[in-house]
Design a protein around this ligand. Structure first.
Ligand code: AMP
Length: 430
């Protein structure tokens, strides 16, 4: 932040969300709320700052977040305060403090709001960012893990992000992790001198996180897998979660190296990944945290939750739209039969007069080959005219991206496309 003659600038790592993208934020938030309604999660709003100790306990002393990313300050009353770096610790604190555990049913809660981490700013990484998160506290049922994973998966689908992958893992119980830690250190010790500085530090305090390192990834080919260290109960839980996901047709892959950046997870850990934001691929994640409520001073209640980064969601949404708008042609006219071909000359001219970028086949290819050409030329629509359609005074209009097809009166084609264009101005070709 500089206060010179140039005026003030926003602090590094923060964003102004301007009216031009506020609509995307509203869409993303409305989708989150609507999904939570269907899944029966209710909103909770907790303070954006809490006692520093809550995060030390809740997130974990050896995590990057607590070690180097928290916005911590002393308030005027001498208390150590921290701007929340994540949502779970505060929600669990509120759950305990307000005794939300009196029910036989799990407390199913959701939140949307800003989080703060002092990270190196880059594309998709901010110091103030927003998360949509859910927490289901009070049941150890693996069906609840699957429900939470499904909720996140549906969130991305409903926004229109179809390429999102789900990765899951089991990080076991603390006892399982302690045993695995020994095996892992045996494997890492001879590699130690070749590992990056962060990994060497992590080896001492949190060796499981070493496997997650992007820099050293290629050195871990022969690393032991935590899945081989799971005890019977952990294995059973993990298999049940997978069974439920399969029952819901949610595609997932098992990534035995997936460990989350927060210490409180037990059993299930999961992440949502997508391409398109620089080097970053994690867009959301979560897991089960059976020891956390007790750690924070509450009853021994198990829980599971997720956190989804909204900046990354909005970035992907905007990229998707940009890609769609990079259609090279508005309309490719596909025709078959002599009469239809003659009509094409007239239609094409009218489309161009109306301002559309349009083209057709001049090689008398088959209908199928013409449709292929429409695809190759990145046409947004193929307008398909055969002698049959022509005799009925109609033309078929196919949206290439979705494959959706509708029939339009011939004399309405230009008008119809103009209307479509008006309702989706973002998809117009350059
Ligand atoms: P985490 O629990 O740390 O994995 O965070 C969950 C999600 O929040 C991530 O997958 C990101 O989408 C988002 N997120 C975390 N840190 C940041 C950040 N510094 N800037 C933007 N988004 C973030």
């Amino acid at each position: 932040m500089r206060g010179d003659a140039m005026g003030f600038q926003r602090p590094p790592g923060t964003q102004d969300i301007l009216p031009g993208s506020a609509g995307d934020w509203q869409l993303v938030e409305a989708t989150a709320r609507e999904l939570c309604r269907r899944f029966n999660y209710r909103e909770i709003r907790t303070p954006i700052f809490e006692a520093t100790e809550l995060f030390r306990r809740g997130v974990g002393e050896t995590t990057d977040i607590v070690e180097k990313e928290m916005y911590t300050f002393e308030d005027r009353g001498g208390r150590s305060i921290t701007l929340r770096p994540e949502g779970t610790a505060g929600v669990v604190r509120a759950y305990v403090e307000n005794k939300l555990y009196g029910e036989p049913d799990p407390a199913k809660l959701y939140y949307i709001g800003p989080m703060f981490r002092y990270e190196r700013a880059q594309a998709g990484r901010y110091r103030q960012f927003h998360q949509f998160g859910v927490e289901a506290i009070g049941s150890a049922d693996p069906a609840l893990d699957a429900e939470v994973i499904a909720l996140g998966w549906m969130f991305y689908r409903e926004i229109g992000l179809e390429g999102v992958r789900v990765e899951i893992n089991s990080v076991g119980t603390p006892a399982v992790r302690a045993a695995f830690r020994g095996r892992l250190l045996e494997f890492l010790e001879p590699l130690k001198d070749r590992l990056c500085e962060d990994c060497r530090k992590r080896m001492e305090r949190n060796p499981l996180r070493v496997l997650d390192c992007k820099v050293d990834q290629d050195k871990f080919g022969g690393a032991p897998s935590i899945l081989d260290s799971l005890d019977g109960e952990c294995r059973e839980h993990f298999e049940a979660v997978q069974g439920h996901l399969q029952a819901m047709d949610i595609p997932f892959t098992i990534n035995p190296r997936l460990v989350r950046g927060l210490d409180y997870y037990t059993h299930t850990a999961f992440e949502y990944k997508a391409e398109g934001i620089g080097a970053i691929d994690a867009i959301g994640g979560g897991g089960r945290y059976n020891g956390l409520v007790r750690e924070i001073g509450g009853p021994d209640q198990p829980g599971v939750g997720l956190g989804i980064g909204l900046e990354r969601t909005v970035l992907l949404l905007q990229k998707l739209r940009q890609d769609a708008s990079r259609a090279a042609l508005d309309v490719y006219l596909v025709s078959q039969g002599e009469a239809a071909e003659r009509e094409t000359v007239r239609l094409l001219h009218r489309l161009r007069q109306a301002g559309f970028k349009a083209d057709r086949d001049y090689a008398r290819r088959s209908m199928k080959a013409q449709l292929k050409a429409a695809d190759r030329l990145k046409a947004r629509y193929a307008a398909i005219l055969g002698d049959d359609e022509l005799s009925r005074g109609e033309i078929a209009l196919k949206e290439m991206a979705s494959g959706e097809q509708r029939t339009v009166r011939l004399e309405e084609l230009v008008h119809h496309l103009t209307e479509l264009d008006r309702s989706h101005p973002e998809t117009r070709t350059e």
